[in-house]
Design a protein around this ligand. Structure first.
Ligand code: MF3
Ligand code: CO
Length: 248
């Protein structure tokens, strides 16, 4: 069952989505060499509160922070810590916000200072893959068209999608059906319908894309130590394709 949201539910999700976008943008501007990643978490909590929202990740299955900060070869679910950002890092920030029981979820990746051009290309291709995928979140399309278009773009550019984590339906809960893999599957159903809300989130690695979970029980890192990037938007399925609701 994939829930269809009514107008009021969509309005709340858009409000949550706008807060996600504003906060991610503020954090991106604040992130620089010498900042400890836990300062980003503190700032996120303050900002979300000031906008009247709730951090959706905090306490979710015991996750202990408001945001995920994944540096370099960390793929997703990096813990904010006293580690400082350094020149040349690539950093992913992932954030979910709740407003009156409805959620939105998004992630961005960006480089700090003098970033290796190949890492810059990894970031660009991952963001492109997100937009290519969300264009397929169109009423009447099959769900599988999202993942196959993402995988095709990533492969063409010589990178790998990470297969252990997937996008998801979202609404009252952070993770609802359906699962949205970033690769093609033999079974491409169900059909997408207007009013579904999906979090589409390609995770892309420079190398092979195999991952392991680090000793904190959460953080996924690439096995080969290669860099990884992650972009995510919450979108509303419409006849024109996925309409991003996690933007300003
Ligand atoms: N965007 C990620 C996801 O959908 C972030 C979840 S972090 C968690 O899986 F702590 F909430 F799990
Ligand atoms: Co998500």
């Amino acid at each position: 069952m994939i829930s269809i949201k009514n107008g009021e539910e969509i309005r709340l999700m858009k409000e949550a989505g706008r807060i996600v976008a504003v906060v991610l943008n503020e954090l991106k501007n604040f992130a620089q060499v010498g900042i400890e990643t836990q300062e980003l978490d503190e700032k996120a909590r303050r900002l979300i509160k000031s906008f009247g929202g709730k951090p959706a990740f905090l306490g979710y299955r015991g996750y202990p922070y408001a945001i995920c900060v994944s540096l370099n070869s960390e793929v997703v679910h990096g813990f904010p810590s006293d580690q400082s950002i350094t020149d040349g890092d690539i950093i992913s920030l992932d954030l979910g916000v709740e407003i009156d029981g409805f959620l939105a979820d998004a992630a961005i990746t960006f480089g700090i200072g003098r970033v290796d051009p190949e890492n810059q290309r990894l970031i660009k291709v991952t963001e492109e893959a997100l937009y290519i995928g969300l264009a397929q979140a169109k009423e009447g399309n099959y769900l599988g068209q999202i993942g196959s278009s993402i995988e095709e773009h990533v492969k063409k550019e010589g990178f790998s999608v990470v297969r252990e984590f997937v996008g998801h339906g979202i609404g009252k809960n952070l993770h609802e059906g359906p699962s949205i893999p970033n690769y093609s599957l033999p079974i491409t159903t169900p059909l997408l319908k207007k009013g579904m809300t999906l979090a589409i989130e390609p995770m892309v690695a420079y190398g092979k894309g195999d991952i392991y979970i680090s000793s904190n029980g959460w953080t996924a890192k690439t096995k080969d130590g290669s860099m990884a990037a992650h972009f995510e938007h919450t979108v509303l399925v419409t006849p024109q394709g996925g309409k991003v609701i996690t933007s300003i």
